[in-house]
Design a protein around this ligand. Structure first.
Ligand code: CP3
Length: 354
């Protein structure tokens, strides 16, 4: 585990919460639990407040961001809030012409393929996102002892959206660029690492207790290519908050082969998707990092006894790790029954009582 500096500020209730304690490998009263995409279309109250408001616009309105971030905390009693935003918000803030299309995801008007395209990508300054600072401050005041998780997209995942122009199955343009013009690829990633790191820092400085770096698509890379083309840039992004005593979670999908490399990029916690058991993840990472994960989001649709069995197994497996944060292996699916999510939170708390 990377040692984090001792917090200079007094320990606030959020900084001593089960989530933060688990990320530091400290004893906890129960296993902390939150869910990726816990805010969103699975909640009727979310669909209601989003009516007629575009996704990107809703991410820039502190009143909406605050309300939407708090909804799953109120409803499910999760151990953390995750800031309502999107990985492409800081790209839009530096002037990239993009939109988030419902049911599709981020779509970029002019894909980034040439040196001129890369050179147009400018640095993110905190003054580009005053609304993010305002939203985080409002949230931290409302949340009290419940920690807020800030986040950003990792350089590779951001680059994939920019280079492909939108979501991609095969990432062919991205891979063509990184193998065909490594120098340009690294220049693109250096710029994205600055943007990603600055976005994390804005949230941490405004009061987020934990940050998560999402490298959702890194699982399409081999270990060798991850080391050559990606790891140093994720390390730069994570390094942007290294002095702030904010634990850093590093998550990707299908990254079972990359867990140790993702930990070594400078994480305090390694996120595990549902394709690798926590027991296998622990073995692969040699117990060097607390783990986060890893219920398959599709299991929230299974009959309760099957779901309950799996939740209990994951809590048990997590006990062997230096710390465990219960989560899904990826985001809550839009058609998930929110009452099942609440029941899983209650079950995790009950079976993990220390
Ligand atoms: O609750 C939370 O997890 C916090 C909010 C959050 C969103 N996006 C809100 C959102 C977070 C952490 C993200 C990160 C994000 N965005 C990632 C990394 C995590 C992952 O899922 O792997 C990625 C790859 C994106 C890009 C993106 N934005 C996608 C793939 C989509 C889904 C497109 C769709 O409509 O299915 C979005 C849109 C988006 N981001 C929604 C939400 C709640 C849905 C938009 C809506 O409700 O209209």
């Amino acid at each position: 585990m990377t040692t984090s500096p001792t917090p200079a500020a007094p320990i606030t209730p959020a900084a001593d919460s089960p989530l933060v304690r688990a990320t530091r490998g400290l004893p906890v009263p129960h296993t902390p639990v939150w869910f990726m995409r816990q805010a969103g279309r699975s909640l009727p109250e979310y669909r209601k407040v989003r009516e007629g408001v575009g996704m990107l616009e809703s991410c820039r309105r502190p009143d909406l961001v605050t309300e939407i971030t708090l909804q799953p905390v109120r409803r499910h009693g999760v151990d953390a809030a995750i800031f309502f935003s999107d990985i492409v918000v800081p790209l839009a803030a530096v002037g990239v012409d993009l939109d988030i299309v419902p049911g599709v995801g981020p779509v970029v008007a002019h894909p980034v393929r040439t040196r001129a395209d890369v050179e147009r990508l400018r640095a993110l300054d905190p003054s580009d996102v005053p609304d993010i600072t305002e939203s985080v401050r409002m949230l931290v005041a409302e949340l009290g002892p419940t920690p807020l998780i800030g986040f950003a997209g990792a350089p590779f995942t951001l680059a994939s959206y920019l280079v492909e122009g939108g979501p991609s199955k095969n990432h062919e343009h991205t891979k063509a660029l990184l193998h065909g013009d490594p120098e340009l690829w690294h220049e693109l990633c250096r710029r994205l690492a600055q943007i990603s790191g600055a976005f994390l820092r804005v949230q941490a400085e405004a009061g987020a207790s934990v940050v998560q770096l999402f490298d959702s698509w890194a699982g399409v890379l081999s270990r060798r290519d991850y080391v050559r083309f990606v790891q140093e840039h994720s390390a730069t992004a994570l390094g942007a908050v290294a002095d702030l005593a904010v634990p850093r979670i590093h998550f990707g999908v299908g990254t079972g082969e990359l867990l140790t490399l993702m930990g070594e990029a400078g994480a305090d916690v390694v996120g595990v998707d549902y394709r690798v058991s926590l027991t296998d993840a622990l073995e692969r990472t040699g117990g060097r990092w607390p783990l986060q994960g890893n219920l398959d989001p599709a299991l929230l649709f299974a009959p309760w006894p099957a779901l309950e069995r799996r939740v209990r197994e994951i809590v048990e497996e997590g006990r062997a790790a230096p710390g465990h944060v219960f989560n899904l292996g990826h985001g809550v699916l839009p058609d998930t029954d929110p009452d099942v999510v609440t029941r899983v939170v209650e079950l995790v708390h009950e079976v993990s009582q220390r």
